[in-house]
Design a protein around this ligand. Structure first.
Ligand code: GLA
Length: 399
């Protein structure tokens, strides 16, 4: 699957470069790719300085890009309304750009804000990352720009530095108070591995081998088609609740509360904050356990960890919704090894771990359960741990 995905990016790159020529005249300087992600475990932990374990998806945003010397930034997307957005780098400021172009423009703004000598560019995007499905299509857009600018302007930034720039674009320019997981996943994941992220020190991330296929397993991503919107205030409120709880406990972040200290902390906290803290502390423990199981070569043992993570998000963090809960129940009922919502919540996608050969039975059960409940049919993808952001053209190894 990974080889296919990379081959796929390779073959798509030609078409994207051709579209660039038609749109902007002349060839792009290069074509870059950045993937969407699913998180295996470690949800709503990143902004608490905690742990997460995402994988990159084979679905990517491709970006054909060419630097400009006149400070203009021109943006076009194959998934957009056909128009070219024309901006001036020196005029970029939070609030002046809205819609999808805020993400790429925000990255250029964040690079300039961080003191990097960057100019304009012509950028043409073409993405296979589903939007509104909780699969980090916005992080893929941002990270494609970050790696392309790193190449175009020879910035020499590390993966975690690029991820921080992309996160800064989302926080400071697009106005969404997300953590760093999505951007770290999009930049730093590698094929056939999950990324063990410590959000306090992203530089210390580790690749954990995740050989799904070799262990006779498959990972389904089931998009409920309930649109999630991180900008609607609920995410910010949860984040603020966690920060308030950490302050009340006298801790820098909830990551600094151990499982042993949890019972006492829960007694000390107001009732609306205690469940949030219980989720974060137990979720960090689940990440560590998942990493141990993967390192033992026992990916099937992730199943119960995923399901426990879902219960915690549903009952304590309260970010699931009837559709995500239904996917989990129907999938487990059809013999899945484990399932949970992934990403910020309030809709979006559910990941389901199944034994190879059970994909259709489990997918069919979920689809039937949705029909019986009167929901729109879910979209079902198969995921495999793919590579993070990279240059596709000129081919790596060539100047
Ligand atoms: C969104 C955010 C991430 C992370 C997840 C929840 O995807 O962008 O930073 O907080 O929600 O784990």
């Amino acid at each position: 699957m990974n080889r296919t995905a990379q081959w796929d990016d390779d073959s798509r790159a030609e078409g994207v470069a051709d579209d660039f020529r038609r749109l902007f005249g002349g060839a792009p300087d290069g074509v870059w790719a950045a993937p969407g992600r699913v998180n295996l475990i470690g949800e709503h932990t990143d902004y608490n300085d905690g742990f997460a374990l995402p994988i990159a998806l084979p679905q990517t945003t491709l970006l054909a890009a060419r630097g400009r010397t006149d400070g203009r930034l021109r943006l076009h997307s194959a998934q957009g309304d056909g128009r070219i957005t024309d901006l001036v780098v020196a005029g970029l400021a939070p609030g002046v750009v809205t819609g999808w172009t805020a993400y790429p423009a925000g990255v250029v703004w964040a690079l300039a804000e961080a003191g990097h000598a960057v100019g304009g560019a012509d950028l043409h995007f073409d993405s296979t990352v589903p939007t509104g499905a909780g699969l980090s299509s916005s992080a893929a857009l941002e990270c494609a720009v970050a790696v392309a600018y790193d190449g175009l302007y020879e910035l020499g930034l590390t993966g975690p530095e690029l991820a921080r720039i992309a996160q800064r674009a989302e926080n400071g320019f697009a106005g969404i108070p997300c953590g760093i997981m999505d951007q770290m996943a999009s930049v730093c994941c590698t094929a056939e591995a999950a990324l063990h992220l410590d959000a306090r020190t992203p530089e210390s991330h580790r690749q954990v081998p995740f050989d799904l296929r070799g262990q006779g397993l498959r990972l389904l991503v089931i998009d409920t088609r309930v649109t999630h919107d991180l900008g609607d205030g609920a995410y910010a409120a949860l984040r603020a609740g966690c920060e308030r709880a950490a302050a009340l406990l006298g801790l820098p972040a909830l990551r600094d509360l151990s499982a042993d200290e949890l019972p006492q902390a829960l007694r000390a906290l107001p009732p609306e904050l205690a469940p949030l803290v219980r989720h974060v502390v137990t979720e960090n423990v689940r990440v560590t356990e998942a990493v141990t199981r993967l390192r033992e070569g026992n990916a099937a043992a992730l199943g119960p960890i995923l399901t426990a993570g879902h219960a915690s998000l549903r009952d304590d963090y309260r970010v699931s919704c009837p559709e995500t809960d239904l996917v989990v129940t129907a999938a487990l009922g059809a013999g899945a090894l484990g399932a949970r919502m992934t990403g910020g919540g309030f809709g979006g996608s559910v990941i389901v771990l199944v034994e190879a050969g059970r994909e259709s039975a489990v997918g069919g059960s979920v689809t039937a359960a949705f029909a019986a409940a009167g929901h729109r049919p879910p979209r079902i993808l198969e995921a495999a741990p793919a590579a993070g952001a990279r240059r596709i053209r000129p081919a790596p190894g060539t100047p």
